[in-house]
Design a protein around this ligand. Structure first.
Ligand SMILES: [Zn+2]
Length: 304
């Protein structure tokens, strides 16, 4: 095993095998690469370019991939994957970064999320391809990664690592990523796996989506522990967390949700707490699952 740092400034901490410096993170700002730190580049998540070219933003039936679009887990603005000027500029940029550092580790190589991108250019390219929607997206991602890989590995002769999002089951449907396609193009993979700061509901939504895909037409029920037998009251989830998770699991395809408690009175406590979270329930209206919110609202009569 090897251990590395992953940092936003060009400084190496002692005691590690290697260092990965975020020369261009998803916020879009760029810093010069460093000769003895790997360079991390986010391609299509790029707030700066999105601000300069708002017409390049990725489109979908559920709205553009601005970071404010609550229908998706986008933490930054995501550009259309087929925008030709951005693709060409990023190819040259990545090759240049590779030449000035030991190698390039990529982030944000893919379509924004499921249903992206439906801009006129993407629709045209898809129709011309004669492929299914998912196969066309897959080909776009794979073909572009072939070009990037060639620039880094063959031309600059440097190490090349592709980063993917933590979804082992549905990355093809969501992002256009096929791991078998990418494996020959990369030296290693990187999966950003844990950020308690923002991503925890991501995993449960991802698991819901994954099981829904694997179970096909058989309905999927999920159970959420509200208060298990013997649970430490200080460690049970907050009602607000369970409300948010319910909405996100609902929009990912869950057909049923069970709320587990030790005693029936704890269900009533939970219902009361959910009814009291008026502001949160209001905020979640933009998350794309009204059905769950309507259900929570029906508890107003139960606890009054
Ligand atoms: Zn597009």
């Amino acid at each position: 095993m090897k251990f590395g740092t992953y940092v936003f400034e060009p400084k190496k901490a002692e005691g590690f095998d290697f260092h990965l410096f975020r020369v261009k993170p998803e916020v879009g700002r760029r810093l010069p690469p460093v000769s003895d730190m790997y360079s991390n580049v986010a391609i299509f998540g790029d707030n700066v370019t999105a601000r300069n070219h708002p017409d390049w933003i990725s489109q979908s039936a559920l709205g553009p991939a601005w970071r404010t679009n609550d229908n998706f887990n986008v933490r930054w603005d995501v550009l259309c994957h087929t925008q030709p000027e951005h693709r060409a500029e990023q190819l040259d940029y990545i090759e240049d970064v590779a030449r000035h550092s030991p190698g390039v580790w990529l982030n944000s190589i893919h379509f924004a999320d499921h249903g992206h991108c439906t801009c006129p250019r993407c629709k045209e390219l898809w129709k011309k391809s004669g492929l299914s929607w998912l196969e066309w997206r897959r080909k776009e991602v794979t073909d572009y990664m072939k070009e990037v890989s060639e620039r880094v590995r063959d031309r600059a002769k440097k190490k090349f690592v592709i980063g993917v999002l933590p979804d082992p089951v549905s990355s093809l449907e969501r992002f256009g990523i096929d791991f078998d396609d990418l494996a020959p193009l990369t030296d290693e993979f990187l999966v950003v796996m844990f950020s308690k700061n923002y991503a925890t509901p991501w995993y449960w939504e991802m698991l819901t989506r994954g099981f829904k895909k694997l179970f096909k037409d058989v309905p999927l029920n999920i159970a959420l522990y509200v208060f298990g037998p013997g649970d430490n009251p200080a460690e049970v989830p907050a009602p607000s967390e369970l409300v948010t998770l319910s909405v996100r699991a609902g929009r990912a395809g869950a057909d049923g949700i069970l709320y587990l408690t030790d005693k029936a009175s704890q269900i009533w406590d939970f219902q009361k707490a959910v009814v009291d979270r008026v502001e949160l329930r209001q905020k979640l209206k933009t998350y794309g699952c009204q059905e769950v919110l309507d259900f929570f609202q029906s508890w107003e009569k139960v606890v009054e």
